[in-house]
Write a protein that binds this ligand. Sequence first.
Ligand SMILES: [Zn+2]
Length: 128
Amino acid sequence: MTKPVSKKCPCGGGKYAKCCEPFHAGTKHARTPEELMRSRYSAYARGREQYLRDTWHASSLPSDFNLSDDNPTWLQLQILATGTHGNRGYVHFKAYFQIDDDIGVMEEQSHFVRENGRWYYLDGEAVE
Ligand SMILES: [Zn+2]
């Protein structure tokens, strides 16, 4: 059985077609770290591996990045705080996921950098 693909955007921002899909399709580029964060979360949820590579800063992209390794079912994204300072930005978020019957949450502060007008994910640190 295959699950029907929801029309809702995984990030919680409304319809996928009007929310993160244009970013994934390359017809729009994220204007803020929050948009990039949301679209990257949705890319994890939708298995958009190439988008994750494309929006990951070259200096920190793991050479062996592979979405099929240990990608849980992503349930919900919660943005707690975000800000920019020049070409640097951050997003503090919680992401809820499911592995088998277990629900987990990761809380992280992600760092973003803007180069040539485009935002990229740089790195993140776990928030305890
Ligand atoms: Zn979205």
